[in-house]
Design a protein around this ligand. Sequence first.
Ligand code: GLV
Ligand code: GLV
Length: 315
Amino acid sequence: MNVFVTRVMSKESIEYLKQYFNVKINEKEKTLSKEELLENVSDCDAIMCLLTDIIDKDIIKKAGRTKIIANCAVGYNNIDVEEAKKHGIVVTNTPDVLTDTTADLAFSLILGVSRRIVEADSYTRAGLFKEWGPTLFLGQDVANKTLGIIGAGRIGKAVAKRAIGFNMKILYTKRNRDETFENDTSAKFVDLDTLLKESDFISIHVPLNKGTYHLIGERELSLMKKSAILINTSRGPVVDEEALAYALKSRRIWGAGLDVFEKEPEINKELIKLSNVILLPHIGSATIETRGKMAMMAAQNIVEVLNGRAPINPV
Ligand code: GLV
Ligand code: GLV
């Protein structure tokens, strides 16, 4: 059987797949175009792909032999799951293994924005540090503040766990109340508007779907404190980027830390000009350990499904 891998992934995962299957890998350090994807999927029994591969209706229809699409990401908004289901194709993702890694990045942004780390580093490198100053790069405290978690799933809860060490008060939204989480963290279940009004830091951890597109827009930004800091490590389109750029520019809110963008890799021109936002190139899960585990997990799902067994991580 044939497995198509859309980008170079960990050696271990590829070697594991090669024990069972013919493996074809896109060796270019570049995402394949739709045409290239179409060319490659027609004879493969499994596709191992990344969040940058748009697996839409056309690709799925062309993938006539495919039994499984294993996404190397926890988010799977890049795949038309409904269409895959119609064709009897299993879709899998990589939950759990990236939870702590992504939560660490979200917390890095909380600290980085509040203490203006990136701005201060640029200042120092530019040779502008001439003397210590009592008002030089004044930021905001993190300890003892209120953290609002929008979407207390695996990653949101891991961010909350970190916040406990900073003695933060935690508010959260979620489809259903989570009493175990409340008992573990003293987090308080609130509606979105209350969370926006009362939080000093707001961190987004919802998946992207029709219900979360532009969940944070002009109205929501206008409810936040003027001192609020917004962190997004989920998916770009959850935030209306133009409205956010305006809120940051007009100092309607204090700052933001973004690892994801509405039209990745394109970034709103206004955002790039602002110093009160940290911009990262979607590196939430980017550690040596975690990327290795993600690739291995995707490979394991392929091995299971092509050997006639149930997938480990179906979406
Ligand atoms: C990364 O963004 C992921 O969904 O794994
Ligand atoms: C700061 O460097 C202090 O000593 O207070």
